[in-house]
Design a protein around this ligand. Structure first.
Ligand code: SF4
Length: 418
């Protein structure tokens, strides 16, 4: 590629060079374009989704209004194998496995997410995230609390791992109990929101520590709290002068988009700036209903980001991740992190190698818009924080010279002017 640094003698030569380069760039995306129809988003699976939704609605004798009601969705969560078998054909072995896992680890999936999952295919990427798998009890590798969260709580309800920000844990309830959940130790048999007296103590800790400028409300799923508690918490945080931003951790735009009601959005709108990070892990989760929920949040002034988890059998392929991140940008969700899955007991079958994660990053950077390139993160053990994992783009470094390795793996010396 020497020609790029040569003096171009005339216009014809410049155009020829530009066209050669354009042809080369077109070639660099050909394999992805060929694979893309095989990785549909939820928007492209709409017909299958509507068929599954209809089947589930008939089973529950639900109206269209019921389906849009998040309380109805929560009340009809599928959480036992008999009910699942009424809705999906299961073999005797599958039933036995699900029942055996269910005896040890709680599971529940909203009718909405089950319909999206069936549209994507039984045993597909969404099924794996929502329906128990035998490996959860046969592979006991890993630990319950790899982040040592129990040792990073200086006050009730608080987790603090960084200088200027902290987490308030408000509930152990979620719309769905994801099979890869890194906090599964908190998912007991009973859904519990933290009592207000504990939240008061957490708020007091925030108020007494003026270096805290960023507060993340999470759980569980922060948006499973009633509207009145969300409003109370946000208004209290809003009144603490040193709290510059408030964040909410929720998977409801993915697993229960009906939760994003106009009433909730009106509350969120009152306490800016609010950031919501959610967790889309697969393009099939980007449905029309998820998009409408994100639209409502954006219209309420919320800034949306995505924290995907890298999961074997779900999204551990460069093209799946590329499709996911591109689809997220179309619904105004900025890809923020890809988390390397933590070694949590019962989830070992989801863990990929670091090389797979780095390969995904290699196939994102340069191949698609920087906006669609999140940071690949591994959590350091014992609560020492998020650590980015990057392909090695600087190959050599000496005084005022570095050797770059570009996204296409070109090796190029670069003289730094000082
Ligand atoms: S929504 Fe989050 S906290 Fe809740 S089960 Fe899923 S991954 Fe775990």
């Amino acid at each position: 590629m020497q020609y790029l640094s040569q003096t171009c003698p005339d216009e014809t030569h410049k155009i020829r060079v530009a066209r050669e380069r354009a042809a080369e760039l077109k070639g660099a995306i050909a394999d992805y374009l060929e694979a893309r129809p095989g990785i549909p988003t939820g928007l492209e699976l709409e017909e299958k989704y509507l068929a599954a939704k209809n089947r589930i609605m008939v089973y529950f004798q639900a109206t269209a209004q019921d389906w849009q009601d998040w309380h109805w969705q929560m009340g009809r969560r599928i959480s036992n194998v008999e009910q699942l078998a009424d809705l999906v054909e299961l073999s005797e072995q599958e039933k036995a496995d699900i029942a055996a896992v269910g005896g040890q680890f709680r599971w529940a999936v909203s009718p909405y997410y089950l319909a999206v999952s069936l549209a994507c295919g039984k045993h597909g990427a969404l099924w794996k995230q929502s329906i128990p798998a035998r490996e959860e009890i046969t592979d006991r590798r890993g630990v319950l609390d790899p982040m040592a969260e129990e040792f990073t709580s200086p006050a009730p309800g608080i987790t603090r791992r960084y200088p200027d920000r902290l987490i308030i844990n408000v509930t152990n309830q979620c719309a769905m109990y994801c099979r890869h959940c890194q906090r599964r130790r908190n998912i007991g048999e009973v859904d519990r929101h933290r009592p207000r007296r504990v939240l008061e103590q957490a708020l007091q800790y925030v108020a007494e520590n003026p270096e805290i400028r960023d507060v993340l409300i999470t759980g569980g799923d922060a948006l499973l709290l009633p509207d009145s508690t969300i409003e109370w918490l946000l208004s209290r945080l809003h009144s603490i002068p040193h709290v510059e931003i408030k964040r909410l951790g929720t998977r409801t735009p993915v697993t229960l988009p009906q939760r994003i009601t106009p009433r909730l959005c009106a509350i969120l709108k009152k306490y800016p700036p609010i950031y919501i990070n959610t967790q889309f892990n697969h393009p099939a989760e980007v449905t029309a209903e998820a998009r409408a929920a994100c639209d409502r949040l954006v219209e309420a002034g919320v800034v949306l980001g995505n924290q995907a988890v890298l999961l074997k059998g779900v999204n551990n392929h460069p093209f799946v991740m590329r499709r996911l991140n591109q689809a997220l940008l179309t619904i105004r969700v900025r890809p923020y992190y890809i988390f390397h899955a933590k070694p949590v007991q019962g989830t070992h079958h989801f863990i990929t190698s670091i090389d797979e994660g780095l390969e995904i990053m290699e196939k994102l950077r340069g191949y698609t818009s920087g906006l669609a390139v999140p940071t690949y993160i591994i959590n350091a053990p014992n609560g020492y924080g998020k650590t980015p994992l990057l392909p090695a783009y600087v190959q050599e470094r000496r005084e005022n010279k570095i050797v770059l390795r570009t996204w296409e793996k070109r090796i190029i010396p670069y003289h730094v002017l000082m």
